[in-house]
Design a protein around this ligand. Structure first.
Ligand SMILES: *Cc1c(COP(=O)(O)O)cnc(C)c1O
Length: 395
């Protein structure tokens, strides 16, 4: 054995640990574009767990916009935004996002995770306190960890717990309440109206991560702030271009000073190359499409209601989601893994989600509806669930 393989040997031990803890997985591979029916790991299946809510990821209008941008601007940007990578098209996208979200300004990052990390790190210092829902997304947790701020974690959705945290931290220089808008595991929605009231009462800032609300909630898919009618009252509205918008990237929307400050301080913005212009062009097309083809958003919600009703009638426990995210409860980890396998054998792909991502007895298969699912797709999905559920005695 050579020296390098000996030095790297510890990885085998670590991988075995992961396997023992159910934390190990391989990457499922698509041989087609992302859509309702795909070929995955060599098998034709119904895709039921992408975040492609509106079916934009492979849409002809977005493809055309991206191709045109490649013809005009080329492929890469060759530099970070601050040095030489900003093209007119990046600024146009940011203006469009700000207009769409009804904020003064916006700033696009290469990914949602970069937006959360960079923003939280840039604005929160040692004298400050971050107050965070216990089930916030990993990218928020990363952002919090990158600061020297004190942390207060409140129980999931618990605004009394939040108020306690606000009472206990009155001496802090600045306070930031941060929450997912739609929680990705359960599909439940943060009580943002109450959170904003408390923030105003206790003079704290609010940051909401709208990754699963963008393009899904509110008028024209404007997201959770529009859903609750809170325009102008949320300091930092973070979203992604990667999910309903079918592209890639994260952004923050808010005051123009926020943009100005982040351009100069957010490390995940400064130290990374600007988006390919084709991504910016496709994202702009997505925002246009949400507005001039409202049928996609309608279809998404029709599908969501239809599928959930069918699953409830079959007797499945589908939790308390109020969004297209639909957890199908399976009990323990092993049971969720078995359900997912059973579904795949019958031609439906949805990943199991197990401890420690969720509580031990709350393992599930998580379904995500899309506007692209046809009635036939959904009926077939219900049939497959019925068969797998009965053979496992879940229903
Ligand atoms: C997906 C997701 C992100 C990360 O967005 P990317 O653009 O995929 O990096 C951030 N927050 C939440 C809640 C998410 O679900």
């Amino acid at each position: 054995m050579n020296n390098m393989s000996r030095r790297m040997d510890f990885l085998n031990g670590l991988i075995n640990n992961l396997k023992e803890q159910n934390l190990y997985g391989e990457l499922p591979v698509l041989s087609t574009d992302q859509k309702n029916r795909v070929v995955l790991n060599g098998r034709e299946v119904l895709m039921m767990c992408s975040n492609n809510y509106l079916g934009f990821a492979n849409h002809p209008r977005l493809r055309a916009a991206a191709k045109q941008a490649i013809d005009k601007w080329g492929l890469g940007t060759g530099a970070v935004r601050q040095i030489a990578g900003t093209m007119e098209i990046h600024n146009q996208l940011e203006e469009m996002l700000a207009e769409y979200k009804h904020t003064e300004a916006s700033l696009v990052f290469v990914a949602g995770i970069a937006a959360n990390r960079g923003t939280i790190q840039a604005i929160m210092g040692e004298e400050d306190v971050i107050i965070s829902d216990e089930l916030n997304h990993g990218s928020i947790i990363d952002g919090v960890r990158l600061t020297k701020s004190a942390r207060k974690i409140y129980p999931h959705l618990d605004t009394d717990g939040l108020e306690n945290a606000l009472r206990e931290t009155k001496d802090a220089r600045r306070r930031l309440i941060v929450t997912d808008g739609v929680f990705s595991m359960d599909g439940d929605i943060a009580p943002l109206d109450r959170i904003v009231e408390l923030a105003e009462e206790y003079d704290a800032m609010v940051m909401v991560d709208d990754a699963h609300g963008d393009g899904v909630l509110g008028k024209d898919g404007r997201g959770i702030v529009d859903h609750f009618g809170l325009e102008g009252r949320v300091d930092i509205d973070m979203g992604t271009l990667s999910k309903a918008f079918g592209c890639l990237g994260g952004y923050i929307a808010g005051r123009k000073e926020l943009r100005e400050y982040l351009i100069n301080t957010a490390r995940s913005f400064i130290f990374t190359t600007a988006h390919p212009p084709a991504v910016a062009a496709a994202a702009m097309e997505a925002i246009k499409m949400i507005r001039d083809e409202p049928r996609h958003l309608r279809q998404l919600w029709d599908n969501t209601r239809y599928f959930k009703k069918g699953m409830t009638e079959l007797g499945f426990d589908i939790g308390h989601s109020s969004t297209p995210i639909t957890p199908v409860m399976a009990g323990g980890s092993r049971s969720a893994v078995e359900l997912s396998k059973g579904l795949f054998e019958e031609g439906l792909f949805a990943k199991p989600i197990v401890f420690p991502l969720v509580a031990r007895d709350k393992a599930r298969v998580r379904i995500n509806l899309s506007a692209q699912h046809t009635r036939d797709d959904l009926n077939e999905a219900l049939r497959i669930f019925e068969k797998a559920g009965k053979s496992m005695k879940l229903v």
